[in-house]
Design a protein around this ligand. Structure first.
Ligand code: NDP
Length: 345
């Protein structure tokens, strides 16, 4: 049975990756920050049985943070690293994003090199944040590919801009990773998957609507907890992928992709906020008073808005993407339930 170490197992994307790995018959060591989080993951995935065990790493920036977790019998074939700070709440500083993103990724890469000779591949959940230019989100017709890099530096970002701090953290984390691969030439290869917005139903438990991860929370705040007369919010990143398709992509990147040492921009395509509102209005008549109407049937981003070329990822990983209707119907139903009951457990 193939075996994987998965960081960020309790997160939005990590919990879907766990589900997908289990369904493909992979044995998983889930890495989380506390015993309590491990217990909740076990409760959320009762089907896992002996296919799932845990490692607790409270601080992934500590020297040799992952060494103990990386030693396993049977040994690991692959490592999937998704853990990185993304929440903009609680007054985060620049360092709160950059330290865990950069140090955490380096600790994984160095740790595998040091103590896990059986690992053939490390897959990192990167982000479009390491590709797009956050100071020009209009785009002027630019078509982003895997060759592009976010040009914003740490010095250009103030702590008052947590979203930019996040974008820089993902850029720096990926840059140091590729530098490490070039200079250290470890025994494994690296694949970085860089998705734009990731949407879809939660696979993990939350205790309140505020607990929902950032991308999905935006759908609640801007569309399902708004008013019908509100204007359609302006787009930030108008490209996305369904979390379930991204999870499958992580499995394939780890096990079926031929040839590593590649970064992929991975996206289903573009969707405007008007189109998201239209889909939600179609499926949730009971919430019509809370979903902005705008101008149904139109597209709300400008004609020269940036586009995304994700063909390489789709081809190399042999992916089929879910429809937008499926994503926003499944997510909308769940958000309305959580918003009403307060929990999803
Ligand atoms: P979540 O916030 O749901 O999950 C984040 C995960 O990372 C959690 O397991 C969290 O653990 C862990 N984590 C956060 N900060 C730290 C830290 N300082 N030390 C150790 N672990 C930490 O977010 P997502 O699932 O959405 O994000 C997962 C990955 O996907 C991230 O790398 C993110 O950059 C990337 N991504 C997400 C997108 C999206 O739209 N959601 C888009 C593009 C990329 P804990 O619960 O203990 O805090």
């Amino acid at each position: 049975m193939p075996r994987v170490l998965l960081t960020g197992t309790n997160g939005f994307i990590g919990s879907h990756i766990l589900d997908t790995l289990l369904s493909h018959g992979v044995s998983v060591r889930g890495l989380v920050r506390s015993d309590q989080k491990a217990r909740q993951v076990a409760l959320d995935h009762p089907q896992a049985g002996s296919q799932l065990d845990f490692a607790i790493v409270p601080d992934m920036t500590a020297p040799n943070a992952f060494d103990e977790a990386l030693i396993s019998d049977p040994p690991f074939d692959a490592v999937i690293h998704t853990a990185s700070p993304l929440s903009y709440t609680a007054g985060k500083t620049l360092a709160d994003f950059i330290e865990p993103a950069v140090r955490g990724t380096m600790e994984i890469l160095e740790g595998v090199n040091r103590v896990a000779p059986s690992v053939r591949r490390v897959v990192v959940t990167g982000s479009f944040a390491a590709i797009g230019n956050p100071k020009d989100m209009q785009g002027n017709g630019k078509v982003y590919t895997s060759q592009d890099w976010n040009p914003i530096t740490e010095e250009e970002v103030s702590s008052a801009e947590p979203r930019l701090a996040y974008w820089v953290s993902k850029t720096l984390a990926e840059k140091v990773s590729w530098k490490f691969m070039q200079t250290q030439k470890p025994h494994y290869d690296l694949v970085v998957l860089n998705p734009p917005m990731v949407y879809g139903p939660l696979r993990h438990s939350v205790t309140s609507i505020e607990d929902v991860n950032v991308s999905n929370y935006n759908i609640w705040r801007d569309f399902l907890n708004s008013t019908k007369s509100s204007s359609i919010p302006k787009e930030w990143v108008h490209a996305d992928i369904d979390v379930r398709d991204l999870a499958e992509a992580h499995y394939r990147a780890a096990f079926t992709l031929k040839g590593g040492n590649k970064r992929y921009l991975i996206a289903r395509g573009r969707i405007s906020n008007q189109e998201i509102a239209d889909i939600l209005r179609k499926y949730f008549p009971e919430a019509h008073d809370r979903i902005p109407i705008g101008q149904p049937g139109t597209q709300s981003f400008p004609d020269n808005a940036f586009d995304i070329d994700g063909d390489e990822a789709k081809r190399d990983l042999d992916l089929t993407y879910r429809s937008y209707d499926e994503t926003f119907k499944d997510l909308g139903r769940q958000l309305l339930d959580i918003g009403t009951s307060g929990t999803k457990i």
